[in-house]
Write a protein that binds this ligand. Structure first.
Ligand code: FRU
Length: 484
């Protein structure tokens, strides 16, 4: 089927019950569903949205196109969780159903005000000439789950920006609410703009200025900027599309990167003593990472394990995209660490020594240790011939290499089939999560992270130690109840 613009923007109410039933049936036949990672109930999932704590629950939404694996008319779909591990859909959606969001309820964030949750998002509107008008708009969710859209543009497209202006993130700093919005200026360069809520009123925003984070001005658009605080230190997470690889090399079609500041100066719209740019993730896909500070001050993030403009093997089963585990950010010795929240350990059902083995359903966690000066290769999702996802811990030469060229159905090969990250030659640990079509690898408890998708063949369910003597533990994971 060809995804024409007409089909992608067909109104939700025009999809027939029969069409929806076929999509459901096709999805049910997919061999690549996850066990314990969030995936869409139907169609495509992309960015995490509205990650927040409200009414005694963790709230998270996902960008969704419900009618297949395509980027079409987008909405938000709500999930809630008691433990940041088990998420279930509540049924609530932010639909593209008003004149201010008629062509998509695009990405955004959330913040509690009094006893309501304010959702701040981009209304994507196309006029009769298919010209795009991005409006930063809002909605309020009450404690009984009623959603009321605010019938007013909260931040309009600035005169010095193109129609690429979106993804508002609201945050609080020293009792004042701010927002940042990603955009593109008239020279086609990406920026992140800072706004301030006048009298802390989320319907009244004034521009402070472009955030000064030592922007090298090589990217043409900054998608999904997020400013979160780890202690006093601001961490700016963003997706600089088109970033010059001479500034910082990356392999994926679009990168997700970050900078850390010593402090945040809102008056000057500035990250003070800002760090170099870093890749957030060394794997094949992690994008549009959304972070927020919890009421108790932690910085939590979740990433889309997918990328724009990439076709996936699961597309033919009418689904695409999944979320990473929820990660907590910390800074140790000036370095950013990302590590799954503690509650993920509750998924462990059995534990045994890490050895060669056949797994039942590729649903496990590994905790491994490697000695300095060593070199080991392990194959996960291995078939009888030992073909699968290869991970080489070449500690002696200071690198970890992930090679997915033998792991099931291939895609996006033009961006390479291996990923590498530098490490120190010293005793090293790796915590690895496998979930059928997902891997997440955390080196040294989150100092470096590789995330990605794999689409294994049916016989790729083994674990093989190909060389070296890594030691560790294998934990089978049990999600208990499937979230959706
Ligand atoms: C990033 C993104 C956002 C946009 C959303 C639309 O993946 O392009 O910039 O708001 O997806 O679904």
């Amino acid at each position: 089927m060809e995804w024409t613009t007409e089909l992608r923007y067909k109104r939700y109410e025009d999809w027939t019950e029969e069409e929806k039933k076929q999509i459901k049936e096709n999805m049910a036949n997919s061999p690549w569903h996850t066990h314990y990672h969030v995936e869409p109930k139907t169609g495509l999932l992309n960015d995490p949205n509205g990650f927040s704590y409200f009414n005694g629950k963790w709230i998270l939404f996902y960008q969704n196109f419900p009618f297949g694996a395509a980027h079409g008319l987008k909405s938000w779909v709500q999930l809630e969780s008691d433990d940041l591990v088990h998420f279930k859909e509540t049924g609530l959606k932010v639909l593209p159903d008003t004149p201010l969001d008629s062509h998509g309820a695009y990405s955004g964030s959330a913040m509690q005000f009094d006893d309501e949750l304010f959702l701040f998002y981009t209304g994507n509107v196309r006029d009769e000439n298919w010209i795009r008008h991005p409006y930063q708009i809002g909605a309020l969710l009450d404690q009984d789950g009623n959603l009321k859209k605010i019938d007013q543009i909260l931040i309009d497209q600035p005169e010095d920006a193109t129609d690429h202006f979106r993804d508002p993130q609201i945050f609080k700093f020293k009792d004042q609410y701010y927002a940042i919005v990603g955009g593109q200026d008239l020279e086609k360069k990406g920026f992140v703009r800072l706004y301030k809520a006048v009298n802390n009123d989320y319907t009244n925003w004034v521009e402070v200025g472009d955030l000064d984070f030592n922007n090298d001005r090589t990217a043409y658009m900054m998608e999904c900027p997020n400013l979160v605080f780890v202690g006093e230190q601001p961490v700016l997470l963003y997706c600089p599309q088109g970033l010059d690889k001479a500034v910082l090399d990356y392999d994926n079609i679009y990168p997700n990167m970050y900078k850390i500041g010593a402090s945040f100066d809102p008056e000057q719209a500035r990250l003070v003593d800002v760090s170099e740019l870093h890749n957030l993730d060394y794997g094949f896909e992690a994008y549009a990472t959304q972070g927020f500070n919890t009421p108790d001050g932690r910085a939590l993030t979740v990433s889309w394990l997918g990328l724009p403009d990439v076709a996936y093997p699961s597309d033919r089963f009418d689904h695409q995209g999944a979320f990473s585990l929820v990660k907590e950010l910390t800074i140790q010795d000036g370095k950013l660490y990302q590590y799954p929240v503690e509650a993920v350990k509750e998924l462990r059902s059995t534990s045994s020594e890490f050895t060669n083995k056949e797994t039942t359903n590729n649903c496990y966690e590994l905790e491994l240790a490697f000695e300095a000066n060593s070199k080991s290769e392990i194959i996960l999702l291995a078939d009888k011939e030992g073909k699968g996802l290869s991970i080489t811990f070449d500690i002696a030469n200071g690198q970890v290499i992930v090679d997915r060229s033998q792991a099931g159905e291939q895609y996006a090969q033009e961006f390479g089939t291996t990923r590498t990250c530098p490490i120190e030659n010293q005793a090293t640990t790796a915590t690895i999560f496998i979930d059928n079509s997902i891997f997440e690898i955390f080196i040294n408890k989150g100092e470096k992270v590789f995330s990605g998708r794999v689409f294994p063949h049916a016989d790729q369910t083994g674990i093989l130690i190909k060389s070296g003597t890594p030691t560790g533990t294998y934990y089978e994971l049990d999600y208990g109840r499937k979230a959706h």
